[in-house]
Ligand binder design. Structure first.
Ligand code: NDP
Length: 335
């Protein structure tokens, strides 16, 4: 069986942000229509908590596509030459179950996560939103800057993370890769002040954004925390907002940003107003006024990786990018 290998730079060429946003919208709508199968992800924590290993399978009937992401998350890699998220996405075909492709997961994760936030921003942010605050200056921050610039016309961008050196380096990367000027902010509060778009993209387990800092009408993409005990938003931010998620079942089991305020009795399950797929299909109401605060809580779904992988595969076949290896899968090949 010939299997296509797609490396990190090839993924970046084959998965442009605008095409990924369209693919993510289609995949999220398919989830809501019941056309996907995706169990909750399995997360194995290493004994010293230095890293986690997540396994995320999904079947997307609307394509059809079948696949799996296996990814390590090592937050301590920030500042090293290695991404905090490393692994592979495996793509299978659904007629005989053969493996089609193995692809770099760092780049797929970076792009598809920002693309989903872009979809959420198009659905939920005010039409004139353009004052962006990035809380966090790592891999996701740069990709979110790209997706936010495609979702809305940006007038001003401020960024903050704990290390001033990291912020400076981010300002340089934003200029070099995207040609976008970013102002370093003195703190998260200063970054968020008056912003109408806020992306929290940190590996913090404690709140980095407080509800009282948010301007009326702001839209927040809360991306960083994906464990039930970790959160980036304080309780006030979640209580104040009209809350949307990528998938209810995942949020009810994995989203500390929702689960901690619920455990405090500040909200109940009905505080989740809808999934992005429901918004896309017109099954729930999004923003209802210019002054309302909206939050999209992103956890990341395996269908996003599988839909991205299918798109990359299709584009690789057309462009000739990637390398083929003979891997196996044949009956009685050993004689
Ligand atoms: P990086 O390692 O590249 O960057 C992490 C960022 O978090 C850095 O800017 C770091 O900057 C900042 N940070 C770390 N700790 C804190 C803290 N306590 N307070 C404030 N800032 C902090 O990671 P990524 O950009 O790849 O990912 C960011 C987060 O998004 C991670 O938690 C990751 O797991 C999550 N993620 C979520 C996905 C989803 O689908 N929802 C998908 C992929 C990632 P500094 O050290 O300067 O503070």
């Amino acid at each position: 069986m010939q299997v296509l290998i797609v490396n990190q730079s090839e993924v970046s060429r084959l998965l442009p942000m605008d095409a990924c946003m369209e693919a993510m919208a289609r995949a999220l709508a398919a989830v809501t229509r019941g056309e996907a199968r995706l169990p909750l992800r399995q997360v194995l924590m290493l004994p010293d908590q230095a890293g986690a290993f997540a396994v995320m399978p999904a079947y997307l009937g609307s394509l059809p596509a079948l696949g799996l992401k296996a990814i390590t998350v090592f937050p301590g890699n920030h500042g090293t030459e290695l991404d905090s998220h490393q692994g592979a996405v495996l793509l299978f075909e659904t007629r005989r179950g053969s493996l089609r492709a193995v692809m770099d997961a760092s780049s797929i994760t970076a792009i598809r996560t920002a693309a989903v936030s872009g979809v959420a921003t198009r659905l939920l942010a005010r039409a004139d939103a353009g004052d962006l605050a990035l809380i966090g200056t790592g891999v996701q921050a740069l990709k979110h800057l790209e997706s936010m610039s495609q979702a809305r016309r940006l007038r001003r961008v401020r960024a903050w993370s704990r290390s001033a050196e990291n912020v400076r380096a981010f300002v340089g990367r934003a200029q070099r890769f995207l040609g976008i000027a970013v102002e370093p902010a003195a703190g998260a509060r200063e970054a968020a002040k008056g912003a109408d778009l806020v992306c929290t993209v940190t590996s913090s387990r404690e709140p980095v954004l407080e509800g009282e800092w948010l301007a009326p009408g702001a839209h927040v993409n809360a991306v960083g925390a994906s464990l039930p005990t970790a959160r980036e938003l304080d309780t006030a931010a979640v209580v104040r907002a009209r809350l949307f998620v990528d998938r209810r079942e995942s949020a009810l089991s994995e989203a500390g940003d929702f689960l901690v305020p619920r455990s405090e009795g500040a909200i109940d399950d009905s505080h989740i107003r809808g999934e992005l797929g429901e918004l896309l299909l017109g099954q729930c109401a999004g923003r209802r006024s210019e002054s309302e605060v909206t939050v999209f809580k992103s956890l990341g779904l395996a269908v996003e990786d599988v839909a991205s992988a299918q798109l990359i595969y299709d584009r690789a076949l057309k462009s000739g990018l990637g390398s083929w290896v003979e891997l196996g899968g044949a009956r009685d090949a050993g004689g």
